[in-house]
Design a protein around this ligand. Structure first.
Ligand SMILES: Cc1cc2nc3c(=O)[nH]c(=O)nc-3n(C[C@H](O)[C@H](O)[C@H](O)COP(=O)(O)OP(=O)(O)OC[C@H]3O[C@@H](n4cnc5c(N)ncnc54)[C@H](O)[C@@H]3O)c2cc1C
Length: 433
């Protein structure tokens, strides 16, 4: 009920318009068994399935809609190191050593993504290079402090520039400072996700589409039930993101209050002159500002500006989305004013209260991966690997994440959204000031 506007959000994604999907996979229509049942065929579920199949497990993935029809097939395509929360929750709650391990794992997430693209020959327009930009002197100081901290505490260097030097990376009147790093970057997320699904199938994973799991019987063997069938398995992995509460409210209600669905939106322009793209973002990096409610943007392989931002905490699609976002884009790039917008779409991000990922287990044989907080393109891959390691008997790395404390959003399903709206209004005011 909460996410009624979802279909509307997916109406005209540039990504859906630029891929040829395989024929829809048949829904589950029998009672079958497997070693592992995975709920959700987004990046996290598919990554877990690949890692498990590589270790010899028989895996079944049940997807409520189509493969990567959720956040994984609609996002900004920005594959980024680190965590939406930054390192603070790891440092404060778990100490320096665990924070170091978490940081290294976030770098591994990018390496894993690149390995998969290479090993499974996934043609997904991968580009290296990432630019963090600051709009005001105060934000510039904050960006510089972050860059210094990452260098001192984690040995990770970025190229920090200010004033006229910024134009080496971006031609925009809006930004007074920037930090560039080479490891992160961007890709076409739906091409990547469909490539992961092909890779999983090549390893023997069975994927059923249009098969929402509506009930999960727990115990020594789990039983995941859909409308016309069921999967009995020794292990289960819940990778349903925001939509788990929607498609299967009875499946794991104890984890749903720990994430909040927040709508975020993207516009895609018509193709622009490649020479203009090169002038506006020399080097073709992915860009993101350091506001709390951020703008994120990049050029696609066919030279469209994909400009994301504008959030909705009410789960309703904002009015005048195209107009508001076009104006925002023109403030960043005046030369794109008047370029026609061909696509407008959005999706829901699974925000946790402290923005740190929320991975863990509900029983000894039932795991969940959620709380990517808008930072999941690369991290979902690692999450899948960690859960597979744990199934195979190596829990140390997943346990770094499962030791993080997460608070539920206050007020239950009906009050969660209004309280978040208030919180975000405060942050929006801070950004404006
Ligand atoms: C508009 C937008 C822009 C974003 N931009 C970026 C970005 O630039 N960089 C970045 O790092 N992150 C970004 N993100 C976040 C990123 O996309 C997500 O963190 C990531 O895709 C989450 O993957 P997932 O597999 O956990 O979830 P999803 O991709 O949402 O997959 C979950 C799947 O589970 C299925 N499901 C749910 N319940 C059930 C059930 N009961 N039975 C069966 N199936 C079920 C759903 O249908 C869905 O397909 C963005 C997100 C959005 C929405």
């Amino acid at each position: 009920m909460l996410l009624q506007s979802d279909t509307q959000l997916n109406q005209s994604s540039y990504y859906e318009a630029s891929v040829l999907r395989d024929k829809v996979a048949e829904p589950l229509a029998a009672d079958i068994s497997a070693d592992v049942v995975v709920v959700g065929a987004g990046f996290a579920g598919l990554s877990a399935a690949i890692e498990l199949a590589q270790r010899g497990y028989q895996v079944v993935v049940l997807e409520a809609e189509r493969i990567c029809s959720g956040a994984s097939g609609r996002n900004g395509g920005q594959a980024i190191i680190g965590y939406a929360s930054g390192q603070e929750p790891f440092e404060k709650q778990l100490g320096k050593d665990a924070a170091q391990s978490a940081w290294k794992m976030s770098l591994e997430a990018i390496d894993l993504l690149d390995e998969r693209i290479a090993n499974y020959q996934i043609d997904c327009d991968r580009v290296h290079g990432y630019l963090y930009v600051a709009e005001t002197a105060r934000k510039a100081r904050a960006l510089e402090a972050d860059v210094k901290d990452m260098e001192q505490s984690y040995g990770f260097g970025c190229d920090f520039v200010e004033g006229p030097q910024v134009s080496r990376y971006i031609q925009s009147p809006r930004y007074c400072a920037a930090a560039f790093e080479r490891k992160s970057g961007h890709l076409h997320p739906l091409k990547y996700g469909l490539g992961l699904a092909r890779a999983a199938r090549s390893l023997g994973v069975q994927i059923f589409e249009n098969s929402p799991v509506t009930a999960l019987q727990r115990g020594k063997r789990l039983r995941a039930a859909t409308a016309k069938g069921s999967v009995s398995a020794a292990w289960g992995i819940l990778a349903g993101n925001c939509m788990l509460a929607e498609h299967g409210p009875e499946v794991a209600p104890e984890i749903s209050s720990r994430i909040m669905p927040v709508g975020t939106y993207i516009i895609g322009t018509s193709p622009v002159d490649p020479a203009l793209c090169e002038r506006l973002i020399p080097g073709n990096a992915s860009v993101c500002d350091n506001n709390f409610i951020l703008d994120y943007f990049r050029f696609s392989a066919d030279h469209r500006m994909l400009f994301g931002g504008r959030v909705s905490y009410s789960t309703r699609t904002p009015h005048n989305l195209q107009e508001v976002m076009s104006k925002r884009m023109a403030m960043v790039f005046p030369e794109l004013r008047g370029v026609s917008v061909e696509y407008v779409w959005g999706g829901f991000v699974d925000i946790s209260m402290n923005r740190a990922p929320d991975f863990g287990r509900l029983d000894s044989n039932l795991f969940y991966l959620q709380g990517f907080s808008g930072h999941g393109v690369a991290l979902t891959g690692l999450a899948g690997r960690l859960v597979a390691e744990t199934v195979a008997g190596q829990a140390e790395r997943l346990d770094i994440f499962s030791r993080l404390q997460h608070r539920p959003f206050p007020g239950g399903p009906w009050l969660r959204t209004p309280s978040l709206v208030l919180g975000m209004a405060y942050h929006r005011l801070k950004d404006a000031l």
